[in-house]
Design a protein around this ligand. Structure first.
Ligand code: PMP
Ligand code: GLN
Length: 386
């Protein structure tokens, strides 16, 4: 194995899902829903399979999906992208992030990101031979995660190529505020840096959040320097389909396509028309999806608090983090490894998403994208923690 990949073991998601299968625990670790997405989308996929849409689709994605991606971004965020040249379909957001970094970063270039970071970010940065410059998110007095603006400013320098931003943020559930986004944008402009934004949870900002979802590309001077990434997996509860997309100015999108050609070439022919159908669903679908997830958040947040966790209630995503200190936990990794045996529940330690392990030492993440009865069972088990 090459040196640059040696620090990366098995992903925590695979490890914890395997542990859940082995122990029969309730799996609130890896984030995937336990119900299917919209029936119209599933029917369209079945129809595409039956009607022979099973060969290589066009490199940038089928025209119907690129048109649907453009219309969706116009409808929800007022962003205009040309489906011909400014949008490319990828194998999930994961491939989009990897291809963006590989297409934009020379070895030694620096990527500013926020930790805890989604695990594929560090690996993609390493594959490119680039260097990550993490800025730490820490729980603040108001129960929200925040970063030190001076630390963000200090992370930018002459080698900064891009900032990789995930908002709403996995694993913390943080929704970056307009003021925080304005600072990120200012620093990008000042340093001539690009932005790559991972917005897979764009439709999961809860109604009581301090601010709604605001794509960084909507800020002054940012559209021309931002690659905006999303995916069908979260919004349409089809994480196994791996259909994502990237939007941005043609020069940046063509850099992504250049790389994507040789990673996967193309992907998901019969699923692409189905995702196009889903993206065109009426506003009600998106509102109901969010409301359903918000009710589950409320259920799990209350249950975890009753079980004795110090909960950091999220404003977005389908994850909640909690501090395990009050339950006698000193280390999230140890806590999560023993939790299935102690009470039959699986969670994910967020420490593994930090370079500064100390900052995340006592934090664990639970996914609430599960049926209410599953959450009830998990809470019952957690309340029985010895
Ligand atoms: N980014 C974030 C922040 C995620 O939470 C996930 C998924 N779980 C992904 C990217 C990957 O998305 P996809 O499955 O579309 O590759
Ligand atoms: N994004 C999901 C999570 O954070 C799962 C990702 C994965 O399994 N790679 O749990």
């Amino acid at each position: 194995l090459v040196a640059r990949m040696r620090p990366f073991g098995t992903t925590i998601f695979a490890e914890m899902s395997a542990l859940a299968v082995r122990t029969g625990a309730v799996n609130l670790g890896q984030g995937f829903p336990d119900t299917d997405g919209p029936p119209e989308m599933l029917a369209a996929a079945a129809e595409a399979l039956r009607t022979g849409q099973n060969q290589y689709p066009p490199g940038p994605g089928i025209p119907a999906l690129r048109a649907a991606v453009a219309a969706h971004q116009r409808r929800f965020w007022g962003l205009e992208y040309d489906p011909d040249g400014e949008i490319v379909v990828t194998a999930g957001a994961t491939e989009a992030v990897a291809a963006a970094i590989l297409g934009l970063c020379e070895p030694g270039d620096e990527v500013v990101c926020f930790e805890p970071y989604y695990d594929s970010y560090a690996a993609s940065i390493a594959l490119a031979g680039a260097v990550r410059r993490p800025v730490t998110l820490r729980p603040a007095a108001d129960g929200r995660y925040a970063f030190d603006p001076a630390a963000l400013r200090a992370a930018f320098g002459p080698r900064t190529r891009l900032v990789l931003l995930n908002s709403p943020h996995n694993p913390t559930g943080k929704v970056f505020t307009p003021a925080e986004l304005a600072l990120i944008a200012e620093l990008c402009r000042e340093h001539g840096a690009y932005a790559v934004t991972d917005e897979v949870y764009e439709h999961l900002v809860f109604t009581d959040a301090a601010s709604g979802h605001l794509p960084l590309a909507t800020l002054p001077g940012m559209r021309e320097r931002t690659l905006r990434i999303s995916s069908a997996g979260k919004t349409f509860s089809c994480t196994g389909w791996k259909v994502g997309w990237v939007s941005g100015p043609a020069a940046l999108v063509s850099a992504v396509l250049r790389v994507k050609q040789f990673l996967t070439f193309v992907n998901a022919a019969p699923l692409q028309p189905a995702v196009a159908v889903a993206l065109a669903l009426p506003d009600d679908y998106f509102a109901d999806f969010r409301a359903g997830m918000q009710a589950r958040r409320d259920q799990l947040v209350a249950g975890l608090a009753e079980a004795g966790f110090q909960v950091l209630a999220p404003e977005g995503t389908y994850f909640v983090t909690a501090d395990v200190t009050a339950l006698g936990g000193r280390d999230g990794v140890e806590f999560c490894r023993s939790l299935p045996e102690r009470c039959g529940v699986v969670a994910v330690p967020t420490q593994v998403f930090y370079d500064d392990a100390e900052a995340g030492r006592r934090l664990v993440r639970f996914a609430f994208c599960k049926r209410p009865e599953v959450l009830t069972e998990a809470v019952t088990r957690l309340r029985g923690l010895p």
